[in-house]
Design a protein around this ligand. Structure first.
Ligand code: GEK
Length: 246
């Protein structure tokens, strides 16, 4: 499907008088696929592994959640990789523009696995009978003080042996590591055609919106919430993904 949402991201390509906080509005929806692919190192590789993870961990007669679903990339991977009976997918995003476009993609998709797409804040979502929950680059947009209650709620709505897949941009305690990894992230964006000005304006827009934590902070929170095992399964520069097993 070639459409509005497949446009190239030029949102920060002109000098802005004032850079305002980043929001997931209609203008972002239109370029989102391009934006996330050119901005998040490893996003495509990570998504390409979803079928393996979903096929391995989703249990029959359970629910799968895609929290912060955007245009439904993970939801679609779930739909195409679930080979057990009685599974429903719940996809949640609090951007109405994202949800509207996500609905269109899901309606166009042939799979019969039921999907309930909700325009809601994941802080309000009810999680129940979950065997697989994806927080793919979403927790980073929640106020740090509110992250624990989101993780605790997910944990208590999951079945025994259920899996939380959580991907995040991270920071590093070691200053040199922090510098190297953010330099590599900038190199990645430049290699993908973003100018220095675009990179710098986008950074300012995300400053108060995307708040990265260290891997240690994430692991500690997940363990405190009750997850038995927390494993990093993917890393590309300052972007990681973990599996947390109940
Ligand atoms: C993907 N998972 O393509 N409640 C619900 N949604 C939220 C909230 C919230 N409190 N805060 C942010 N969002 C996707 C990519 S993008 C990551 C996820 C990125 C939503 C927000 O509207 C956006 O759609 C998504 O989380 C984050 O695999 O852009 O870096």
């Amino acid at each position: 499907m070639t459409e509005k949402s497949d446009k190239r991201d030029v949102i920060y390509s002109q000098t802005l008088e004032k850079v305002t906080d980043f929001v997931f509005d209609e203008s972002v929806v239109q370029v989102f696929k391009d934006m996330i692919g050119r901005s998040v190192p490893g996003y495509g590789s990570l998504l390409s592994m979803m079928p393996v993870l979903i096929n391995r961990y989703v249990m029959p007669d359970s629910q799968c959640y895609d929290l912060g679903c955007s245009l439904g990339a993970v939801t679609l991977a779930m739909r195409h990789s679930i080979h057990v009976d009685g599974v429903k997918i719940v996809a949640v995003d609090n951007s109405s523009a994202m949800v509207e476009k996500c609905r269109a993609y899901i309606e166009n998709d042939k799979s019969q696995v039921p999907v309930d797409i909700k325009c809601d804040d994941i802080r309000n979502s009810v999680i129940e009978n979950a065997s697989f929950v994806a927080l793919n680059f979403t927790l980073q947009f929640i106020e740090p003080a509110e992250r624990m209650s989101v993780i605790e709620k997910i944990y208590s709505g999951m079945n025994k042996n259920g899996v939380l897949l959580m991907s995040e941009k991270i920071s590093f305690e070691n200053d040199k590591e922090q510098q190297w990894m953010s330099d590599l992230h900038v190199e990645f964006k430049k290699a993908n055609g973003y100018s220095d000005m675009e990179i710098s304006q986008k950074r300012s827009a995300l400053d108060n919106v995307l708040i990265p934590e260290t891997l240690e902070q994430h692991k500690k929170r997940l363990k405190e919430a009750g997850f038995e095992k927390v494993m990093v399964w993917f890393q590309c520069f300052n972007f990681i993904s973990v599996l947390a097993i109940k």
